[in-house]
Design a protein around this ligand. Structure first.
Ligand SMILES: [Cu+2]
Length: 151
């Protein structure tokens, strides 16, 4: 897992001009209780150019999806989306109750204090893709009030 992180990191550093130039602020992953196989990852993303997050992955999760929250029959539900748009120079907030990254099939509990690598794939208007490595600290459950995960 260490090796994978290093490779992803060097990838991000090698991305020179012509790439989307994406800045990530305040990333975090919600802590889980034992047996819980799903959690959310949140952060603020600012791209220097128009771009979109088209996928994400993490070595701790078997599957990762990008979700949005939407009203369905007066109930907030989350559902997978193909991408999160990043308008140039605008901070886009991935947070509980809005767009977020969903980590499925967790291989172990997410414990407060540890750091989880998450890799975002960001696509520019020119179709070029950049991998952005994020180290997201795990924060406690009670950061968020109850949300219907629908999973
Ligand atoms: Cu979700």
């Amino acid at each position: 897992m260490k090796k994978l992180t290093a490779i992803a990191l060097s990838f991000a550093f090698l991305a020179g001009p012509g790439f989307a130039q994406v800045k990530i602020d305040d990333p975090w992953v919600r802590a889980t209780v034992p047996q819980q196989k799903v959690t959310g990852a949140f952060m603020r993303i600012t791209s220097a150019r128009d771009a979109r997050v088209v996928s994400a992955s993490s070595p701790v999760a078997g599957k990762v999806e990008i979700h949005e929250m939407a009203m369905q029959n007066d109930v907030m539900k989350m559902r997978p989306v193909a991408a999160v748009e990043l308008p140039a120079g605008t901070a886009v907030e991935l947070k509980p109750g809005a767009h977020h990254i969903m980590l499925f099939d967790l291989q172990r509990p997410m414990v407060e204090g540890e750091t989880v690598p998450v890799v975002l794939v960001v696509e520019g208007k020119d179709g070029k893709r950049e991998s952005v490595e994020v180290s997201a600290p795990v924060r406690p459950l009670n950061t968020v009030h109850g949300v219907d995960h629908g999973h």
